[in-house]
Design a protein around this ligand. Sequence first.
Ligand SMILES: *Cc1c(COP(=O)(O)O)cnc(C)c1O
Length: 393
Amino acid sequence: MKYGVDEQGYYGDFGGAYIPEMLYPNIEELRQQYLAITTDASFINEFNQLMRDYVGRPSPLYFAKRTSELYGANIYFKREDLNHTGSHKINNAIGQILLAQRLGKTRIIAETGAGQHGVATATVCALKNIECVVYMGEVDIERQAPNVARMKMLGATVIPATSGSKTLKDATNEAMRDWINNPEDTHYIIGSVVGPFPYPEMVARFQSIISEETRKQLLEQTGSELPDYAVACVGGGSNAMGMFYHFLDDESVKLVAVEAAGKGIDSGLSAATSVLGKEGVLHGSRTILMQTDDGQVVEPYSISAGLDYPGIGPQHAHLHKIKRAEYVSITDDEAMEAGLECSRLEGIIPAIETAHALAQLKKMKFKGDETVVVCLSGRGDKDLTTYINHFGF
Ligand SMILES: *Cc1c(COP(=O)(O)O)cnc(C)c1O
């Protein structure tokens, strides 16, 4: 694939594995084995069966009629919100637990922001009877309380990350530290297309089921496999990579990645990485990240915990640099309005992360006959308190 990873684990200038010496054996084991394991027939059979019977795939491709009328285009929602556990995160969690099992691992660790990846990981660990430890920023533990309760209900141990901004980046640091101390028995399930190679590639492949299904569903519903636009929100970028994956080589498909501008790009409270970021190394890969002139990571901010990350995955950094995809950003207020609008127009309460992607529709200019697919990455149940406080219901 033209935009795919090379032998060294790079997407153009980005990617690789920038890791401490002590993590080398873990990463090397993964690098050597992940392709053989994940392309084996027994793995594929079990993955497909769980996707169908446990996750509920294929997720529907829904023609959003009233939204289409409002914006003057044919707008479809890829309903990842209907997956078991409420978001796209489960696709990757299932893939990685099957991998961990085949690597003989008996303990799973994960980091989580919104809690969706933590819930997905706790879920697959319950399914497979494997010990589960989830690192989560103290701030996120507060604003995503229902998901913390879910993880505990599922039998996971939730450990608060109390350094820095006490959000996703800090939880990721804690998880890396744990992995260094427990290399033999532990697998680290990273929740997005970030981290050292082979993680970004592995996670993108597991999430690519989103665009694989979308192509088939579009063909059935519109007579063409290709949309004019594919739109998705970007935290680390896994639902977006899943949505883009099977369209990358079809240059007629415009790919739109929506980041969180927080209180505004220039407000100092933002997570708009592609605008504010510079090239550097974050969590084991060379990518674009928000940093000060002397290379300190800038604390990101977004009303949505899942987009509150100072970097983007290396493949996104590449697609951004070569302009294969367009990177835009949406403020907290714009996202909240779009979340309310989608609820009232379609009877679907989206996750606040997803609402960022929906808000971009208002900024796009359509001729009237374009096909637009929006990845509905997750449902808004976990965000009700934030919605209620924002609108004062
Ligand atoms: C975690 C999450 C995101 C952001 O993560 P990506 O890796 O960028 O997809 C977006 N939407 C929802 C619902 C999430 O839970």
